[in-house]
Design a protein around this ligand. Structure first.
Ligand code: AMP
Ligand code: GLY
Length: 436
């Protein structure tokens, strides 16, 4: 079989690896020269951007006899790559544009939940002008979050008391978003611990993956700007140390209800990965956001642990025949190597050198880097590579991940070493104990 993988980060590198492991031929659409994807691909098409390149992508897919396309990032979903490929008879793991609104419009998602009585949103209000914003912030007792109502790579959200020190700064940010031609949402600031629960959906059937925790903040101790994600872990029991069984059940149930609501709304089922970003609070599980795709880095944990053949899971998603999906009962820890200053002012001097000895402890997936002529790897302003290890428990997986990282060198690189270490996990467990 021939698969088209769209996207050129670590998430797509592991997708291609899992597919080629079972003998599938990989064709890729790349926006950077990811060495891992270049190595796995029979052929590839290089795009400067996803904008205005749907036709050339569809033509490439048709000429290569693609049996199934898998879309990694949000941009091609938002632009309608799924719609265009499906129109030409190519099945796609990844929802059509209308259904991808679950990610591309935070306002749409909040309203969909409200309409369907899925009561897991904080108090919120949508704005396309500044009128009323200050009053709503006061109504929330100055405990609020401002969100750009569109795609901003996980970086459009600012939280009071953290990024926004006072009401004036909050209003300033709202005005900044309006001046860029955007609309925004203000919502109640939730207190608790975040986790992701992703589900495979085939239009009717929903099959859940283990819970996983990403770390969005750039610096150790959860400080600094929000990023695309600095690292993530899963536990061998497929839950997380600060979650109860009931929390996991609630999150799964929310994904199932949302999948049904999307079908009711549009008459067409959601085919792809439904990613719920949740916060467990003193009042149960609440929704932070939905994504219409695999999380990155979360995909790296989950595709490492997936026990089924990934190509068959994809064919079941597009065919509406999704049955049991199983994951190994091991823990996993993934840490991203990023250019120093990633999230605010990334170094332009960063270099990445990978010693294959890391393979004794870990796997490595390349992200937004470029293979140069001569074989060196140059970084960009985004994440460079993800290192992942598994183990009987989180502690073992974390230790192995750190051992693997010792074989990665270069200049101006940064890793959040605190991710999945006992200290940070205990802090989260204690936080939830005090909140509950
Ligand atoms: P999002 O892009 O919606 O996932 O938001 C990025 C990050 O902002 C989340 O991972 C949270 O850390 C934070 N955040 C978003 N919404 C809220 C909320 N209502 N309360 C507290 N934190 C939030
Ligand atoms: N890990 C966050 C995201 O993929 O959006």
């Amino acid at each position: 079989m021939n698969f088209l993988v769209i996207g050129s980060g670590a998430r797509e590198h592991i997708m291609a690896r899992r597919l080629s492991d079972v003998g599938v031929k990989i064709f890729s659409i790349l926006t950077n020269r990811n060495p891992g994807l270049l190595n796995l691909s029979e052929e590839y098409l290089f795009l400067r951007s996803y904008h205005n390149n749907i036709r050339i992508t569809v033509d490439f897919a048709l000429s290569k006899g693609i049996d199934c396309a898998v879309i990694g990032p949000e941009d091609p979903l938002a632009l309608g790559y799924s719609d265009a490929l499906m129109k030409k008879g190519i099945p796609v793991v990844g929802p059509i544009r209308q259904l991808a609104q679950i990610e591309t419009s935070k306002g749409f998602t909040r309203d969909l939940l409200t309409k369907n009585n899925i009561n897991v949103s904080p108090k919120y209000q949508r704005f396309d002008r500044i009128d009323g914003a200050e009053d709503f912030i006061s109504l929330l007792s100055d405990e609020y979050v401002v969100k750009y109502d569109g795609l901003m790579g996980g970086k459009g959200v600012r939280v009071s008391g953290e990024h926004l020190r006072n009401k004036k700064e909050g209003i300033q940010y709202c005005n900044e978003l309006l001046s860029k031609g955007g609309s925004f949402i203000i919502e109640e600031k939730l207190l608790g611990e975040e986790f992701s629960l992703m589900s495979f959906c085939d239009g009717n059937n929903v099959r859940h993956m283990p819970a996983v925790q990403d770390h969005k903040r750039a610096y150790e101790g959860d400080e600094g700007p929000n990023t695309g994600g600095m690292g993530s872990y899963t536990n061998s029991n497929h839950s997380l140390p600060f979650l109860t069984d009931e929390d996991v059940r609630e999150a799964r149930d929310i994904n199932e209800q949302v999948s049904r609501s999307l079908k009711d709304e549009f008459g067409e089922g959601y085919r792809g990965i439904l990613y719920g970003g949740f916060m467990v609070t003193g009042n149960g599980v609440k929704l932070i956001e939905y994504n219409a795709r695999f999380g990155d880095p979360e995909a790296i944990n989950l595709l490492t642990l997936l026990d089924n053949d990934f190509a068959s899971v994809c064919m079941d998603i597009v065919g509406g025949t999704l049955e049991e999906v199983n994951f190994r009962k091991e823990a996993s820890v993934c840490k991203y190597i990023v250019p120093l200053g990633y999230g605010s002012d990334p170094s332009k001097e960063a270099t990445l050198i990978v010693d294959d000895k890391h393979k004794d402890y870990s796997d490595l997936y390349y992200a937004a880097v470029n293979l140069e002529e001569g074989g060196s790897i140059s970084t960009t302003s985004s994440r460079a590579a993800a290192i992942i290890s598994t183990g009987e428990d989180i502690e073992e997986a974390e230790k192995r991940c750190e051992l693997g990282l010792k074989y990665i060198s270069g200049n101006d690189l940064f890793v959040r070493h605190d991710i999945a270490k006992a200290n940070l996990i205990e802090k989260r467990v204690r936080n939830m104990e005090s909140i509950r």
